[in-house]
Design a protein around this ligand. Sequence first.
Ligand code: AMP
Length: 281
Amino acid sequence: MQVFVKEKGLKQRISYLKSKGKSIGFVPTMGALHDGHMQLIKASKQKCDITVCSIFVNPTQFNNKEDLVKYPRTFERDKELLKNEGVDIIFHPTAEVVYPKGLDLSVDMDLEGLDTIWEGEFRPGHFKGVVQVVKRLLDLVEPGYLFMGQKDFQQFTIISMMLRKLKISTELIVVPIHREKSGLAMSSRNVRLTKEFKTKSLVLSRMLKYAKDNYRFDKISEIRKYALGKIEEEGLKPEYFAIVNGYDLHEVKSSDENYIIAIVAAWAGEIRLIDNIIISK
Ligand code: AMP
């Protein structure tokens, strides 16, 4: 396994591998790796000859400074995990490498409102940062395949639009949400949950499952009200719980819609959690 910090070494290695006909799979992460990330690595290893994993806590996607400062950073441990999983290349750049002075890396693209609803409403500017960093990393790695998690449903919907609009030939592959046995969706932020909130947070996956099991178009507002009430009862502060169309993320408006997902975001004490479930596809 090789670790690159700078652009030049990474690019040279990748073009060498490509010249040998190797397919490249890419898994971008912010580190503090857990089993959820490992599912993406496994998917890449299965499909591609070479797996590249980046670890970069991207400052431009944090709308909350404190969240950026407190974001867990565990590089040595991450490196071990990736080595054990058989990753070929780690890209662990500094902010200066990703955003060199004097280079305009902003991506000016109409995201058709996908970036201002749900996560975008509560985390202004977040998706602008996500689009910018993913575009930059894709320019550096130039992978054939990009692996992202369903956990960040809105993120992969936006990245999928970006690939389409910028005519980038990388294929996006979505990996299902990996959960703890308890049902809690794995997240790097979970290590910051208090023991009490770790238990209370289970209400999120429980309510998503409730929405799936009880879904009927004419019951949407009833389900939503019930779920929000239960989340509050547990002492979490919900930001949204919605049943949306999986293509455009708008609230389901008709019984004819066929790709339906329930999404939720809530504060568990100081930690903001998101989760979702596919109701039908
Ligand atoms: P992050 O390090 O949080 O930026 O996540 C890196 C990638 O891992 C993103 O594509 C996430 O959607 C994905 N991911 C994070 N948690 C999970 C999970 N529990 N299951 C599957 N994928 C995940």
